[in-house]
Structure formats: structure tokens, C-alpha cells
Write a protein that binds this ligand. Structure first.
Ligand SMILES: [Zn+2]
Length: 472
């Protein structure tokens, strides 16, 4: 919700850090837990889930999208938060995956701001990608991609997002609303267009209307927030939440009408990823990610290592897996063979180091873009790896396989007690070429580890590969 623009990020971090420091003193514990919750919640527009639920309720049980998504449809009330999980794992009710797997793709290589005007650049790419997922991926995968799209639509409808207000007024304005009142009785979702292009044009027009209506309300609310008149702000923000929910209902209804009826099995590539003779099950790092190189196709396998991409353009593809492989593991696949039975699953074996917790450890998978190794996010100063969950008391070893003639730079291990980006972190001393191993232990304050490769050049100018392994 709340965008992490530089000034805002600074102010929220300061608040969260104060809370965290207070957490350490026993006397202030109860107060601090309350304050910490407030700090974290205050970063985001509260009613994402309610806006999505009201839209789902408006669709009616026979809606094509609800039928296609099945039991996954109700997960949209959680997946609509996807955008705010950027750079962190999505962990909820037994699900664990990296949110960036549903936020970044060729054409959308970097995270965008969630406020107008930049958020407008998300609409078309995420609309097309969600529709692509409905046409080519499992309903579970499609629901997650739709969740990403919904996040940006719903953020736009938040008055301070449309009005481009940041800071304290932003947080207050978007949270001064009674989410229980968000319902759309009698609303009949509108079809935004009969073809993909017409629907996209209709969707963009609908978003222009949403921005105009929420901006008008944001302008009206600003002096009221500054004067602390919460009772007067709440009904105005509620109007924006209701209009946002109507847009979401229209969008979901339209997506359901556009995608072809299941089962859509032609031109499919399906299989099971095997490692060491057994299906590669989801582990600490989540399910295996399947990538078709040179395309926008990617998907997550299920917890038994099974995956499917269907409704592809006919032809040959190069497939890679984003997991813990030290080799690129590129497999040639083709849609030439029609699979008409789900019982026939080809098996793809891949060389995996099951003990390694680092995804794409040799930087070999570059699906997102040229010189953009997947699962390594470039910042101004470093390539940041995924957040890796650590077990309390377990011992780990970081292994650095340096280039023979490494370029400028070093490696830092960053530890977090929590995945929230605003909370304080602990950095190791930098590791320079020559240091090949470093042992550490998971603890209360070190629940998550992240590798930072600090160079402005490609990570491969420094390292051949990296690994974090747990001691058995
Ligand atoms: Zn957001």
C-alpha cells in the first residue's frame, strides 16, 4: 500500500525502529507490542481484503472466473496484498513462496511505486500477465498473478495514492475507514470489453475514472485529516473504497469472460521436477519455479514438483528451473506432442544441491532479462538475494566460490528478525575475496538471512557461485 519512496521509507523505518528498541525493555513490552502492531499496520491501506471480498460477493456463484479458480478464488482476499510483499517471502497458512515470482517478469523487471503517477505503469503489464496466467497456468498460479494486479488497482483507489500525498497524512487518511461497511449490495459487474484489447482499453478508462474520483476525495480529506476530524474523513474514504471495489468486480468479471474455458490442454508442457531420483518437493525455499527462457512464461510447480504450462504457442522452448541448482539445467522442450491425459507426465531431472538454501546460486538463470539473474535484485550498490528462513539454534555455513580474478566488491550477510522491510537489520563484516567460508547460527534476532553481493557490475565479476548450507 504505502509506497516506500525515500522520504516515507525513512520516516516509517524510524517509527518501527523506535518500537523495536522499546520491545527490548521488559517494562514496556505490552505497550510496545501494541505500538509495533500499529506501526506495521499504519504502513498500508487496511481494507484491501474487504474491497476484494465485496467484489467477489458481487460476482455471483456462476461467474466464469469463480468457477475457473475454484477454491483458489477466496485466496484473492490475501493475494491482493501481493504488491506489499515485494522483496520478501509470502508466508501464510502453509503457503511459502517468494512474492517477486508473481511481481517481476520480462517487461516489469523492477518494482514500481504504488502511488499515482507511477502506479499507472502497472495496469497494462499486470493485466496482460494475469490474463496470460489464466490461459496458461494452474488456477492457483493464476489467482496469485491476479492478486498482484488487484493490489495496484486497489492502491490506486486509496485517496492519498491518487492525490499523491505521502507521510503521516497518507497513513491516517487511508486507514480512517470502517472496513466492515465495504459491501456492494445489488451491484452488477460490468464487462470492460469483449476482446483482450477492448477489455484493456476499458480497464484503463475505468482506472482514469477511479483516479479522478479518489483524487477529488483526497483533496477534500487533506484539510480534515490535518484538523484531526476523523469522523468527517471516514465516510469520504469509504466512498473511494466502494468505488475501488466496483472496479475490482468489473475487472474480475471481465478476466473470467476473456480466458478460454478449462480444461485448456493443447500445446502444453507439463512435467515433474526430479532430484536425486525423487520428485523435488517444496522445501524451505518454496516450490520450484519453472521458466521458459526468452518468453514471459513462468510458473511455480506444486508441492509435489508437478507443473504445467498450457495453451502455449506451438513450438520448441528452452526450459530452466529456478531452485538450488548449480548448473543452468536448461532442457529443450516442445509442444509438438499433444498430451490428452493428465496421467502422462514427463520427468525432468535436474542437478540439485538439496542442502543449498540459495536460489540461482551460480546466477545461471537469466529469464527476467539479459544480465538480470533471477532471484538477485539489483539496488544502487548491491545484488540482493532472497530472504532465507533460518531455524533457531541451527548452524549454517556461507560458502563463497570467488572468481579467479575477482573484480571490485565484497559480500555481506544481512540478518533480520522479521521479513518487514522497515525493521532494523544486522550486517556481517564484509567478506573479501580469499574468505571462502563463514559459519553462523540461526537465532531470535537472526531468523532470516540475505546475501548482498556489493558490486555495481555483474555478480559473476566477483563470484562463480554462492551457497548457504545447513549443518546436518
Ligand atoms: Zn501497496
Amino acid at each position: 500500500m504505502q509506497s516506500m519512496s525515500a522520504p516515507q521509507r525513512f520516516s516509517t523505518e524510524t517509527k518501527a525502529q523506535t518500537c523495536f528498541r522499546r520491545l527490548r525493555t521488559r517494562t514496556g513490552l505490552a505497550f510496545c507490542l501494541f505500538t509495533l502492531c500499529f506501526c506495521l499496520r499504519a504502513l498500508a491501506w487496511g481494507p484491501h481484503g474487504e474491497i476484494t471480498q465485496a467484489a467477489l460477493d458481487a460476482l455471483g456463484p456462476d461467474d466464469a472466473l469463480l468457477k475457473h479458480l475454484g477454491t483458489n478464488a477466496r485466496k484473492l482476499v490475501h493475494y491482493c496484498w501481493m504488491g506489499d510483499y515485494r522483496r520478501t517471502p509470502y508466508e501464510r497458512q502453509g503457503e511459502f513462496f517468494y512474492a517477486d515470482d508473481y511481481l517481476l517478469f520480462p517487461g516489469m523487471e523492477r518494482h514500481l511505486d504504488h502511488l499515482v503517477p507511477e502506479v499507472k505503469r502497472t495496469y497494462e503489464p499486470y493485466f496482460r500477465r494475469a490474463l496470460q496466467a489464466l490461459r496458461t497456468e494452474t488456477p492457483l498460479n493464476a489467482a496469485r498473478w491476479i492478486g498482484s494486479l488487484l493490489h495496484f488497482v486497489e492502491d490506486t483507489g486509496s485517496p492519498p495514492h491518487s492525490t499523491e500525498i505521502r507521510g503521516d497524512v497518507h497513513s491516517k487518511m487511508e486507514n480512517w475507514v470502517d472496513a466492515k461497511l465495504i459491501h456492494l449490495p445489488g451491484y452488477r459487474p460490468q464487462l470492460l470489453g469483449e476482446t483482450e484489447e477492448k477489455a484493456l482499453a476499458g480497464f484503463l478508462r475505468r482506472m482514469d475514472g477511479l483516479i479522478a474520483s479518489s483524487k477529488e476525495r483526497g483533496d477534500r480529506c487533506r484539510p480534515l485529516v490535518l484538523a484531526d476530524k476523523r469522523a468527517e474523513v471516514e465516510p469520504i474514504v469509504l466512498e473511494s473504497a466502494l468505488e475501488t471495489s466496483r472496479v475490482v468486480a468489473d475487472l474480475l468479471h471481465t478476466l473470467g469472460k476473456l480466458h478460454p474455458k478449462p480444461p485448456y490442454r493443447n500445446n502444453s508442457i507439463r512435467g515433474t521436477v526430479f532430484a536425486e531420483g525423487r520428485p523435488l518437493r517444496a522445501t524451505h525455499g518454496g516450490p520450484v519455479r519453472v521458466l521458459l527462457l526468452g518468453t514471459t512464461h513462468s510458473t511455480l510447480a506444486d508441492s509435489d514438483g508437478r507443473f504445467v504450462l498450457a495453451g502455449l504457442d506451438e513450438g520448441d522452448y528452452k526450459m530452466s528451473f529456478l531452485h538450488f541448482t548449480l548448473l543452468p539445467g536448461i532442457t529443450n522442450v516442445s509442444t509438438a506432442r499433444e498430451f490428452d491425459s493428465l496421467a502422462w507426465w514427463p520427468f525432468f531431472s535436474t542437478k540439485v544441491e538439496p542442502a543449498n538454501l540459495v536460489r540461482n546460486p551460480a546466477f545461471a538463470a537469466n529469464w527476467l532479462g539479459k544480465n538480470l539473474p533471477d532471484a538477485w535484485y539489483p539496488t544502487k550498490t548491491a545484488w540482493e538475494g532472497d530472504l532465507i528462513p533460518l531455524k533457531q539454534g541451527a548452524r549454517y555455513t556461507l560458502r563463497l566460490n570467488w572468481q579467479n580474478k575477482p573484480g571490485d566488491g565484497d559480500v555481506v550477510l544481512r540478518f533480520r528478525p522479521n521479513t518487514h522491510p522497515g525493521l532494523p537489520v544486522v550486517d556481517s563484516a564484509p567478506f573479501k575475496p580469499g574468505t571462502n567460508e563463514h559459519a553462523f547460527t540461526g537465532s531470535d534476532k537472526m531468523k532470516w538471512a540475505q546475501i548482498l553481493i556489493r558490486t555495481t557490475n555483474a555478480p559473476t565479476t566477483l563470484l562463480k557461485s554462492v551457497a548457504i548450507t545447513a549443518e546436518k
